[in-house]
Design a protein around this ligand. Structure first.
Ligand code: GDP
Length: 298
């Protein structure tokens, strides 16, 4: 997904190599090219501004250090600023002191929530946890069945309304799932909610009602990196409508430019926690800002 951005940044920084000294004009020219590369990759404007300002300030004020030549110093600064924009430290999942840990997934329809439920469950099972999935998307025909298929593939149980009661109340299902988790000793509950194709008040209200019913330890906003600039406005709408403690980027295997998704952390102030890069249950990992920055800078 970040190949073009990566190529552009690598070539901008490559141009600095071999220069014995960098003037302010060199730094300004480099900053300008980085700015264009970021904008072309769909990185949101406020994020580009913050990034460029950080790089310029630090590059101009940098002491010439013995170990690094000027080009290497700028590369180091660009890398550190990128890690900063992506969130700095890796943000780990917070588990509840008194299980079950409740994770609520929210996001637009098609963002990858149901698939993510299975991925998270499988990943948690691999760490010795005993997760259970909860079907609270009762709007879309087949959503419950789809979660059941995902649960089966991941080898974890799914709590869903009884057959024939497919139009049940998702808030009630969510509430009852906690009793079931305690009874059957599941230490993590992953609640899949209904999304719509676009931001919609009814969807937000329902997600907020489910949130109030289960007091989640984590609310994850799931966003398809392929939706481009809409990723930022959708994130803002979910932040205001439901609130979230972390972000999951999906479809990073796609060929869109992806910069908007990378902007979500800076714009909303909430960390990117996981990344999904394929349809298989294994195509999933914890998001490490430093590794992503290294990948982008080649
Ligand atoms: P939901 O509506 O939010 O529950 O989204 P789904 O989990 O049903 O996913 C929508 C579509 O995206 C499905 O066809 C998934 O197989 C696909 N999908 C989910 N995550 C990824 C991903 O990381 N990469 C790719 N290529 N496809 C994905």
């Amino acid at each position: 997904m970040f190949d073009t951005l990566s190529d552009r940044l690598t070539s901008v920084l490559q141009n600095l190599r071999g220069k014995g000294r960098l003037s302010d004009a060199d730094i300004d020219a480099t900053a300008r090219e980085i700015r264009i590369a970021l904008l072309e990759a769909d990185v949101a404007l406020p994020v580009v501004r913050a990034f460029i300002a950080g790089v310029k300030d630090r590059a101009k004020g940098a002491e010439v250090s013995g170990a690094l030549n000027p080009a290497q110093q700028v590369i180091k600064i660009v890398n550190e600023e990128l890690v900063g924009i992506l969130g700095g430290e890796t943000r780990r999942l917070e588990h509840a002191k008194n299980p079950p840990t409740v994770i609520l997934l929210a996001g637009l329809q098609g963002s990858g929530k149901t698939t993510l439920s299975g991925k998270l469950a499988k990943w948690l099972s691999g760490q010795g946890h005993t997760p259970m999935l909860v079907a609270c998307d009762l709007q879309r025909p087949n959503a419950v069945t789809q979660l059941q298929v995902v649960g089966e593939r991941a080898g974890v149980p799914v709590f869903a309304p009884e057959p024939g009661n497919g139009t049940g109340d998702p808030v009630d299902v969510a509430r009852r799932s906690l009793d079931e988790a305690k009874r059957a000793q599941h230490d993590v509950v992953i609640v899949d909610t209904a999304g719509r194709l676009g931001v919609d008040e009814e969807m937000m209200r329902q997600a907020a009602d489910i949130r109030d019913a289960v007091s989640p330890d984590e609310i994850m906003f799931v966003v398809d990196a392929m939706i481009g600039q809409d990723a930022v406005s959708t994130a803002e709408a979910f932040r205001d409508g439901v609130g979230f403690s972390g972000v999951v980027l999906t479809k990073l295997d796609g060929d869109a430019r992806g910069g908007a998704a990378l902007s979500v952390r800076h714009v909303t102030g909430q960390p990117i926690m996981f990344a999904s890069n394929g349809e298989k249950l294994e195509d999933f990992d914890v998001f490490h800002p430093d590794r992503m920055a290294s990948r982008i800078l080649g």
